[in-house]
Design a protein around this ligand. Sequence first.
Ligand code: ADP
Ligand code: MG
Ligand code: MG
Length: 928
Amino acid sequence: MTEAILEAPEETGNAESQPHKWVYLFEEGNGENKSLFGGKGAGLCEMTRAGLPVPPGLIVTTEACNAYYDNNKQFPDGMWEQVVEALQEIEKKVGKKFGDSDNPLLVSVRSGAAFSMPGMMDTVLNLGLNEETVQGLAEQTGDLRFALDAYRRFASLFGEIVLDVAHEKFERVMDRFKAQTKGGKDTDLQPKALREIIAAEKQIILADQMAIPDDPYEQLRVAIGAVFNSWMGRRAIDYRRINRIPDDLGTAVNVQAMVFGNMGKDSGTGVAFTRNPSTGKKELYGEYLLNAQGEDVVAGTRTPNPITQLKKELPKVYQEFSEITQLLEKHYRDMQDCEFTIERGKLWMLQTRTGKRTGAASVRIAVDMANEKLIDRQTAVRRVSPEQLDQLLHPTVDPKTTTQALATGLPASPGAAQGKVVFSPDEAEEMAKEGEQVVLVRIETSPDDFHGMVAAQAIVTARGGMTSHAAVVARGMGKTCVSGASALDIDYGQHQFSVNGEVVTKGEWITVDGSTGRVFLGKVPTIQPQLGSDFHELMKWADKFRRLTVRANADTPLDAKTARGFGAEGIGLCRTEHMFFGDQRLAAMREMILADGVGAREKALEKLLPLQRGDFCGIFREMAGHPVTIRLLDPPLHEFLPNVDELLGELSELKMALRQARTLADMDHLLDEIDGKRQLLHHVNKIREANPMLGFRGCRLGLLFPEVTRMQCRAIFEAACQMKGERRQVTLEIMVPLVSLSEELAQQKALIDEVARQVMGEHGMTIEYEVGTMIELPRAALTAHKIAEHAAFFSFGTNDLTQTTFGLSRDDSGRFLPAYVDRKILADDPFQVLDTEGVGELVRLGAERGRSVKPNLKIGICGEHGGDAQSIAFCNEIGLNYVSCSPYRVPVARLAAAHAELEARAKADAEVAGGNGKVLEAVGASQL
Ligand code: ADP
Ligand code: MG
Ligand code: MG
């Protein structure tokens, strides 16, 4: 809406005479138009308009960035002239001139995309300095040391960010000179040393065959180009891919008059959140450094002070800052993350944005803000993302552990995780690809390490505070992180770190506790978290908004209990075969499979019957009358038998042993064993299938071996009768797997009904039950109207349906699916996110055709997708009754179902309000 208003005068104006506007002053911009001004720029505009102390500046729009790419990486016509013109306005405001040798204006060049991309495209500070203007700056401020400090920062930032010279090279120079001072800090460097540093920095750049332009305008031009270029840098592309941000949004560039936090003890810089981003507690939470500039706080150059200390050091500034931040929070109705600088006692605001937070903080802040009436409950529910909620369900280190921590750093991002120590992000990525769990250990992280952080279970850094790069990025990803574990002496060259003499080498396991900051050697036991009252409150609100029922996939009484604990409203899938894998059971199962003829098979089945019945009783008890969908035996039988290669190996070992056998008894015994193995091998070979996924499995088993179905149904109905005897409620649904022909279901159902009648007769009881089917083959979806005649319910088995729709097996897809996603042949792995276009179409069609015969047919899904937010939204849209997912995903599914319904209602409301334009508006607004 605001976008339209903003653009309107331009569109109605004379398009011919009016050149396109690429550049806006902060006061001209619009705080709500993040897509044009970027998040940072929009925030600066909003603060400027609200009359807050913001150094003046200009924004080159994202449109200009896109035009730059469309234009063969040339600035679009008129853009540069507009920059120069706007810069003159800024000069007037601050009373300084850009490039002037007496009274130079310095600026920062800051990138800013619509979505905050932490640490992605770095900022150049103090731009406009050269050998002449630095002299002017020194005279203007009467502080030579300061002027040179600003210059050495500019030279390294320009070298690093614009010219892409390695950061370490500059850092080494700084370290060398700092080491020569008494205090060892950057603030201890005197003018002479600073001069030498600047010379050394220029030398480094020269060695890479580049140079910083002397002309400030040229500096600015190159820097703006570099920001544009960074939009298509590897880091940016990686980040966007992981966060599903489209590539064509472009970045804006902010050019802003500098204010200086490095002008002595009454100056400083810092960052603060309006609420605690780790716990959600309502308190001003942040860090600052006096006599420092820009990223010093984040970079871990010195150890920053907690913001509360500012209250003592500069009480008036603290008071003003604290009031401004509260104002911003009220205005944005969300927790803000603010950057500020103090120049000689005066406070300047440099950034405000919605603060990233952990899952726990997200839930607490949403609930608190709703209770404070800052937002309504709908908004509170929509504020918490399914991923954030998922974080809450992650483990913590067992508090009862007696293991001593190896080192303690800052609790930068909560959760507990363990893995093998690696020191390089590339290695972390490689090992993770091999399926290894790794913990990335770094002195500090930079945006270059991002891919390694993604791959790691946890991140540990030796340096840096709570707002260091590692901490911010890890919290955003919900990844466990400990920062500033300064006891770690890391040696990248030797691939090891040492703590108080203990050496830990690459590949050793460590456990990281991001909630307390502890790092342990080895694997320390972890436990599931206790969910607080905020969580339950939020879930209660979410449950009010959702339409979909949420069930769990649970195979054992313990699973069922966990699922109920997380609020599952039933079991959508109980896989009976998982009950056969216990030792004693597997033996009986194999006996059944290898049996020659029905009689022998029935005998083996008799052993399994009481075991199954016991399991069903346990599950029914836990579910206390909530529906339980039991699926009959589904997998191909070879899954219960040993594998051929293993058998062959065992066989040859036995033969070797036979050759060395000394006594006849030994020989006899070995010969018997060899004989047994041979027979087994023979059987295994006999039932071996070229493509078992498409072979003798599912209802095909039950149809050809009806005694198996009989045994399973007997166990189910006997358990149900037993429950009835105990006066317990049972809601029973029996599900036939892998049906593609309606006749398959008809025959299986007849068998189920027959056993039901028998068992009920024996017990003199009636048991209510329903028979339904999985829809997991395209033919079943296509003929759903026929199948529905025999089914009381459908459950879409979207794992198999994805395999059979795509004609690819999930087990073999690892070789090419990741490449497909990389190359954008596929947007997502279809086994994680339902392919709505293809597989989803079959689900929609199956549901429609099924309901065309039975309007009230109960329909759900029970694949992996039942726990995926995007897929849940689709299920909601096409009118399914329930989703079923793994027990730990149940809260996530409940929340996602609420989001889906709220989103749908917002859309529908907007449609009623009229016009398609309104629909877009409502969707846009909901994403804020
Ligand atoms: P990021 O996106 O990494 O937060 P920013 O553009 O916010 O990058 O800037 C990096 C640092 O430089 C921040 O600490 C910011 O406050 C500081 N900074 C940016 N512009 C100015 C300015 N005009 N005057 C003083 N400090 C600035
Ligand atoms: Mg940065
Ligand atoms: Mg910033």
